[in-house]
Ligand binder design. Structure first.
Ligand code: PLP
Length: 391
């Protein structure tokens, strides 16, 4: 099926090179990496290499990488390790715009004995750092701040926050699922304690992730079981996917510059084209502090779901900023935290590009989306009222 895939923050295509690297370990070399025989040992050695490649991408030591099943598991592992290692501390700080992998976990902990401080963002999605620093206390067990927001693409100043936390005995965790592979990330420079990564956001398959745990950080496993991952994550290794993730990290490492230049310029062309050609279109997120591949645009007075369906008929894949909850469309918690008005939040669309996109695809969307918006607006009672229409 021919599609114009602009939904790379949701998931990415498996790079052909990644699939090639994985295939032998899905077919001929199925040994268990922990087995004593050489048939399994061969797989184990490939996992060692994969760990080195993931570590190299973020400038970590290989021993600081734990393979997991996904970004969500990495997040849960980090948070549980922090709170179990500091059982007397009952305070957590995070942001109002985290992915559900963190948000729902902290909402659960808030009902189970923890006090959670939710740091707000402004209308551009920028974090209120003073609010964060003002709420640090002796009781704070963990600060979890995402590196880049999956919806708006806004990047948070992780280096600056890490510097501020360095002198305190507080675990600093970042959900870097959207950042790693799109931005240069150097854990040695940043000095955070734990950082979550997901394979399927960087052209590896679904079902594999990694958690960086800085040497010396107190840790206890979330998945208790066998001795795999040096007793830090029980469960037979998902060897083919881990090997694929290693290859993917090697590849994206060599593409970071291309993402910052070619992908950024395609994103800007798409964004500028849509904002110029569609009246009442608003950008969500601070323009100069975003992931280079992401743009989130609100088309006022229509519903994002309707836009998605009509784009889908043309093979264009993107995401909307509202989700169907209990039969009604609810704007995302991220857009609500940014104070995006209801009429705009409902019609928000996120486009997230990758190195596989082309300028031709961008031009196709810029040409074909404005008439879709116009058709939908002509059907919209809110737009027809005319009170809001910009001539
Ligand atoms: N964190 C962020 C910021 C994400 O965007 C996602 C996925 O969209 C996750 C965590 C969850 O990752 P996974 O799907 O690998 O569990």
């Amino acid at each position: 099926m021919d599609v114009i895939y602009m939904d790379n923050n949701a998931t990415t295509k498996i790079a052909p090179e990644v699939l090639d690297a994985m295939m032998p370990y899905l077919t001929d070399y199925y040994g268990n990496a922990s087995s004593m025989h050489n048939f399994g040992g061969m797989v184990g050695r490939q996992i060692v290499e994969a760990r080195e490649k993931v570590a190299a991408l973020i400038n970590a030591d290989p021993g600081e990488i734990i393979f997991t099943s996904c970004g969500t598991e990495s997040d849960s592992t980090a948070v549980h390790a922090a709170i179990r290692s500091n059982p007397s501390k009952k305070h957590i700080i995070t942001t109002r715009v985290e992915h559900p992998a963190i948000k729902n976990l902290y909402e659960y902990l808030a009902k189970n004995g923890y006090r959670v401080t939710w740091v707000p963002v402004d209308s551009e999605g920028v974090l209120d750092l003073d609010f964060l620093y003002d709420h640090l206390s002796e009781d704070t067990a963990i600060v979890s701040i995402m590196w880049a927001n999956n919806e708006s693409g806004v990047i948070f100043p992780i280096d600056e926050i890490a510097e501020k936390l360095a002198s305190r005995k507080i675990v600093f965790h970042s959900d870097a699922v959207q950042a790693v592979g799109k931005l240069p990330v150097d854990v040695k420079k940043t000095g955070l304690n734990m950082m979550s990564i997901s394979g399927h956001k960087l052209h590896a398959p679904k079902g594999v992730g990694a958690l960086y745990v800085k040497k010396g950080t107190k840790f206890s496993p979330f998945m208790i079981g066998g001795h795999q991952e040096r007793n830090r994550r029980g469960g037979t290794e998902n060897s083919a996917s881990i090997i694929g993730m290693g290859k993917a990290c090697e590849l994206v490492g060599s593409h970071i510059e291309e993402i910052d230049t070619r992908v950024r310029s395609m994103r800007d062309r798409l964004e500028d084209g849509l904002l110029k050609n569609v009246p009442n279109a608003l950008l969500n997120g601070k323009k100069d502090a975003r992931l280079p591949n992401t743009t989130n645009i609100s088309f006022e007075y229509i519903e994002g779901e309707a836009i998605l369906l009509m784009m889908d008929q043309l093979g264009i894949c993107a995401s909307s900023g509202s989700a169907c909850t209990s039969g009604s469309l609810e704007p995302s918690h991220v857009l609500r935290a940014m104070g995006v008005p209801f009429t705009a939040a409902h019609g928000s669309i996120r486009f997230s590009l990758s190195t596989y996109n082309t300028e031709k695809e961008v031009d196709f969307v810029v040409e074909n989306l404005p008439p879709i918006i116009e058709r939908l607006r002509n059907m919209s009672p809110f737009w027809k009222e005319g009170a809001c229409k910009v001539q």
